[in-house]
Design a binder for this molecule. Structure first.
Ligand code: NAP
Length: 247
């Protein structure tokens, strides 16, 4: 049976690029999205036009109901071999002193709690402890975890700091059960996420501060994700990989 890879936030940006690349490499993919069905359908069509197999599951990963629905659908499709936690949101640019509880709730509920809940469900299915075949989890963190995003969105950066800690702690807990957990930490990547900061030109504006003098592409991040779920990275566990053009 072909391996099944679940990508949360697979309808756009890094998640979509990962879904497309993974589907080209002999795995079936489950693409999760929250609202943008058109975008999810477009990713699925791209995959199927190249002979790959993709399933779509609409679910809000920041709720127990959404996560339970998502994994019930995955269970109907096949045996989970890997989870990519890519679903995430960013805040609009703001000074720290104007941070609201609503912003904190949104960013932490989706970016942090969503990744925790999906990882928990994936571990239950993949762990040797419960008769599973083992597998991989890749968390999409951010360079923001180290840089702190001052004057823009410190809470977003802090949510990614939590993802780094989740990666290290969970990796150490489940390695013995056949599950490798790692994270990619993208820098400035050209995706629609920047539109949600209130500055659609953000990636272009900040490109000159990157040592490689450009924003990265979702495809460049997807290559690292693909490697991390492959056997080629079989001894990589609990690692945080920067993919940031030197930023
Ligand atoms: P994006 O293009 O805006 O994609 C975000 C994806 O997350 C969409 O598919 C969206 O689905 C999904 N999503 C959001 N909330 C969700 C929820 N509650 N439940 C399920 N899906 C949800 O952003 P991106 O740039 O690809 O970001 C992907 C990941 O990379 C994020 O974790 C982000 O923090 C991280 N990252 C991005 C950059 C960058 O520069 N772009 C840098 C570092 C890290 P819908 O559209 O259907 O809502």
């Amino acid at each position: 049976m072909r391996p099944l890879v679940l990508i949360t936030g697979g309808s756009s940006g890094i998640g979509a690029a990962a879904a497309e690349l993974i589907a080209e490499n002999d795995a079936d993919v489950v693409i999760n999205y929250r609202t943008n069905e058109q975008a999810a359908l477009a990713v699925k069509e791209k995959i199927t036009s190249k002979g790959g197999t993709a399933y779509l599951v609409k679910a809000d990963i920041s709720t127990e109901e959404g996560v339970s629905h998502l994994f019930a659908e995955v269970d109907k499709i096949g045996t989970l071999g890997a989870l990519i936690n890519s679903a995430g949101v960013i805040s609009t640019i703001h000074d720290f002193e104007s941070t609201t509880l609503e912003q904190l709730n949104t960013v932490f509920t989706i970016n942090v709690f969503g990744s925790f809940l999906c990882s928990r469900e994936a571990v239950k299915r993949m762990s040797h402890r419960h008769g599973g075949n083992g597998g991989c989890i890749v968390n999409v963190s951010s360079m923001a975890a180290s840089l702190g995003s001052p004057n823009e969105f410190v809470e977003y950066a802090a949510s990614k700091g939590a993802i780094d800690t989740l990666t290290v702690g969970l990796a150490k807990e489940v390695a013995r059960y056949g599950i490798r957990v790692n994270a990619v930490r993208p820098g400035l990547i050209n995706t629609d996420m920047h539109i949600h900061t209130g500055d659609a030109q953000r990636a272009d504006r900040l490109a000159k501060f990157i040592p490689l003098e450009r924003a990265g592409t979702a495809e460049e991040v997807a290559e690292l994700i693909m490697w991390l779920i492959s056997e080629k990275s079989s001894y990589v566990c609990g690692a945080l990989y920067d993919v940031s053009g030197g930023r």
